[in-house]
Design a protein around this ligand. Structure first.
Ligand code: GSH
Length: 204
C-alpha cells in the first residue's frame, strides 16, 4: 500500500503513527506541497479534495481522509486496538476524537491559515481578528485538556487511543509551526504529551 505523504504535514503523520503502532510497512510517496502537487489533476483523481494523506491500494483504489485510512488499517490489523474494544469505549473515543478535530484542530487550522507562514506564500490574505480568536480558542481547549488529564492518563479513556494520536500531533504542529505552544503551567497536558510522544511508534 502506498501512502501519499509530505514531511512535517500533521494529517499524514496520523496515518504514519497508526501504521507504526500496528507494524504495517507502507510505501511512502512524497507529494511536494511546496510545488502544489496536491492540486495537480493527477492527484485530484486520487482525492478530489486535493489533500494528503491518500492511501493507494494494490488495485489502484484510493482512500482519502486520515481517519478513513486509519479505520481501514485497524480493520485489516486489529491489534493494538486504537478505536475502541466495545460499544461504550468506541463511542467515548469517537466523541473525544470528533471534539479534538472540530474544536481544536479546526482552530489551529484557522490560526495557521491566517498566520505568517501562509501569508508568505501569498495564497490567502490573513485576517488578524480571525487569528486572534482562533489562538484564544486553541489555548482554551488546551486548558480544558489539562483539566481532563488531571482525572485520567489519556484523553478518551484510561488507555491510549486514536484520540491521543490526533491530539498530540495537533499540539506538535501548533507548537512548532503556528507558535501556539500550550502554556508551561498546564502540567497534566505536558505529562500526557510526554507519555504519548515518547512511544517508539510515535514517528515524526
Ligand atoms: N480532513 C483531512 C484533512 C487533510 C489535510 O488538510 N491535509 C493537509 C496536509 S496536513 C493538506 O493536504 N492541505 C492542503 C490543502 O488544504 O489544500 C484529513 O483528515 O485527512
Amino acid at each position: 500500500m502506498k501512502l501519499y505523504d509530505y514531511p512535517g504535514a500533521p494529517n499524514p503523520r496520523r496515518v504514519r503513527v497508526v501504521a507504526a503502532e500496528k507494524g504495517i510497512a507502507l510505501e511512502h510517496v512524497t507529494v511536494d506541497m511546496g510545488k502544489r502537487e496536491h492540486k495537480a489533476p493527477q492527484f485530484i483523481q486520487k482525492n478530489p479534495s486535493g489533500k494528503i494523506p491518500v492511501l493507494e491500494l494494490e488495485d489502484g483504489t484510493c482512500i482519502g481522509e486520515s481517519i478513513a485510512i486509519c479505520r481501514y488499517l485497524e480493520a485489516l490489523y486489529p491489534e493494538p486496538n486504537l478505536f475502541g474494544e466495545n460499544s461504550l469505549e468506541t463511542a467515548k473515543i469517537e466523541m473525544t476524537h470528533r471534539q479534538i478535530e472540530l474544536e481544536l484542530m479546526s482552530q489551529i487550522g484557522v490560526s495557521w491559515v491566517n498566520g505568517p507562514v501562509v501569508a508568505k506564500l501569498g495564497l490567502v490574505k490573513p485576517i488578524k481578528e480571525a487569528k486572534k480568536r482562533s489562538d484564544d480558542l486553541t489555548h482554551a481547549y488546551y486548558r480544558r485538556m489539562n483539566n481532563e488529564l488531571a482525572q485520567r492518563d489519556y484523553l478518551a479513556s484510561n488507555r491510549y487511543s486514536m484520540a491521543d494520536i490526533t491530539a498530540a500531533i495537533a499540539v506538535d504542529f501548533a507548537s512548532h509551526m503556528v507558535n501556539l505552544k500550550p502554556a508551561v503551567e498546564l502540567n497534566h497536558l505536558w505529562a500526557w504529551h510526554e507519555r504519548v510522544t515518547s512511544r517508539q511508534t510515535f514517528v515524526a
